[in-house]
Design a protein. Structure first.
Length: 504
């Protein structure tokens, strides 16, 4: 049953991510055109700035999933209910702290952005920031109950709502923009959908799962363990925010909202790449947490269990990366029009090192299950600080290209080189066995498809026809080579199963 739920979760994760990708492809140019580059830039600046408040959620959803999964693995219902009560108390405290931090940031918005925004833009920025902050509070409450749902591996609910939310958001925004184009509509729509998701998760956990909180005692030892794990997630969140958003923040302060708009196009592409490449990570946390609770999480077992999902992530991320190299300029030209050529190179600079991270990105779920994320978070936090300093320095000297270069260099050093050494030392991951299993068949197919498509990419002019010809050739060669020699027997059987009656 659990294995079936994980398969459903994986499929829905990719469906929701693909849908989100399609929506972003449509919505981004629509919003830029409707709002204008200046107001869209202000919206993105505030969304990024408010996003730093998310750092204070201490990974509430992941913490809930990890510990509730462990109690389920032990069959300890009493301990599960006690932990849920503790988790909700902590969530309430965090919400108060976030509200206080948001109030302080709101007061200083004028001083922070006075050099790059007009008075009218500042007024709009304040309203946007207030609504975005409220949305973060509601989302935090929803994540606490979502974490419980994920621990029970009920992926259909969480991923299904993500799909529905994406469709609803587009429908509401497009409809209301016909009456009046205003960035406030975007943030109010997000807030309304967050409230709806909170209510859905709350009633599902209480009425269907019967996962009701009941505080027997405030377990100090469990609280310390939770605090350590939460702190590790906090540091990781700092890294994610820095690597994803610090470029936009620094560019907004140093160069203004117009540069943010161009960079945001590149980041939309990168986020699509990153989201698709890591869509399955959260699905495997309950599995690894239960293995840990049962004492079955040896380095050999973990390495073996990581290979299958890592192959999927590598194939997805590799297809996007090499495909983007081949026809990325054609895609951007069709998507947002002329004037955004720089976005191609910005996205590519960041995507290349991130591909190496994504190949074994499932290891994050392993670290969460083992409660060993802290060292990784500390190392990456140090690297993130270096990223900030290097970004400011390079933007000052060479302008906009300095931001992605700084992020790429620090990602390669921290997330790829240092962290793979840590995985081997800390949890016994057999790197040679892991990467051999991941790349076998898949990497040769990606390289072959890239090599065959490259001459066409160089010789054929940029345009809509080029996108379909170059991308079509790349996907054709990749698909044929995967079926001939890239996929293993189990992967081929999964593809053939829907066409063979399912039980043959």
């Amino acid at each position: 049953m659990a294995k079936s739920q994980r398969k459903i979760g994986m499929v829905l994760s990719y469906v929701s991510t693909l849908l989100l990708m399609a929506v972003n492809i449509f919505l981004t140019p629509f919003l830029i055109k409707s709002l204008g580059e200046a107001e869209y830039g202000v919206y993105r600046m505030m969304a990024t700035f408010a996003g730093y408040l998310v750092l204070m959620n201490f990974g509430t959803g992941t913490v809930m999933t990890r510990y509730v999964s462990a109690f389920l693995g032990k069959g300890d219902k009493k301990g599960e209910r006690n932990f849920i009560a503790m988790g909700l108390i902590i969530t309430g405290v965090l919400m108060l702290l976030i509200a206080a931090a948001a109030s302080v940031l709101y007061i200083f918005l004028d001083e922070i952005y006075s050099a790059s925004l007009t008075l009218q833009q500042l007024e709009k920025a304040k309203i946007l920031f207030a609504v975005l902050s409220l949305n973060i509070l509601v989302t935090l409450a929803a994540q606490a109950f979502e974490g419980i749902v994920l621990a029970y591996e009920k992926f259909f609910l969480t991923k299904g709502f993500t799909i529905a939310k994406t469709l609803l958001k587009v429908a509401v925004i497009v409809t209301l923009f016909q009456l009046r184009a205003d960035s406030l509509i975007i943030v109010l729509t997000d807030l309304g959908l967050s409230v709806l998701y909170f209510l859905l998760c709350f009633f599902y956990t209480q009425l269907h799962l019967k996962a009701r909180p009941k505080l027997q005692k405030f377990d100090k030892a469990l609280f310390v363990s939770t605090l350590s794990f939460s702190f590790a997630i906090l540091l990781q969140a700092v890294v994610n925010q820095v690597n994803s958003n610090v470029d936009i923040t620094i560019l907004g302060i140093m160069l203004g909202p117009e540069s943010v708009t161009v960079y945001s196009v590149a980041m939309q592409i990168f986020m699509i790449f990153s989201s698709l490449s890591t869509a399955a990570v959260a699905v495997y946390l309950p599995k690894f947490a239960k293995l840990t609770a049962k004492g079955q999480a040896s380095g050999e077992v973990l390495t073996r269990e990581m290979i299958a999902p890592s192959r999927v992530q590598t194939l997805v991320s590799g297809t996007i990366l090499f495909g983007f190299i081949i026809c990325g300029r054609d895609f951007i030209n069709l998507w947002v029009g002329e004037g955004f050529e720089t976005a191609y190179f910005i996205a590519l600079i960041i995507m290349i090192p991130m591909f190496l991270v994504c190949t074994n990105g499932i290891v994050v779920s392993v670290l969460d299950a083992l409660g060993k994320r802290l060292v990784r978070s500390v190392v990456l936090c140090i690297i993130a600080v270096c990223n900030v300093l290097l970004t400011v320095l390079l933007v000052y000297f060479i302008g906009e290209p300095g931001a992605p270069i700084a992020t790429a260099v620090t990602t390669l050093i921290g997330s790829v080189i240092i962290m793979n050494i840590y995985y081997k030392k800390a949890i016994g991951i057999r790197l040679y066995t892991l990467f051999k299993g991941i790349f076998k068949g898949i990497l040769p197919c990606l390289l072959l498809s890239f090599a065959v498509s490259l001459p066409l990419a160089i010789l054929f002019p940029v345009g809509t026809l080029g996108l379909f010809l170059k991308g079509g050739l790349f996907l054709l060669v990749l698909g044929v080579s995967l079926l001939l020699f890239g996929l293993n027997k189990e992967e081929k059987s999964l593809i053939k199963k829907p066409f063979s009656g399912g039980n043959k």
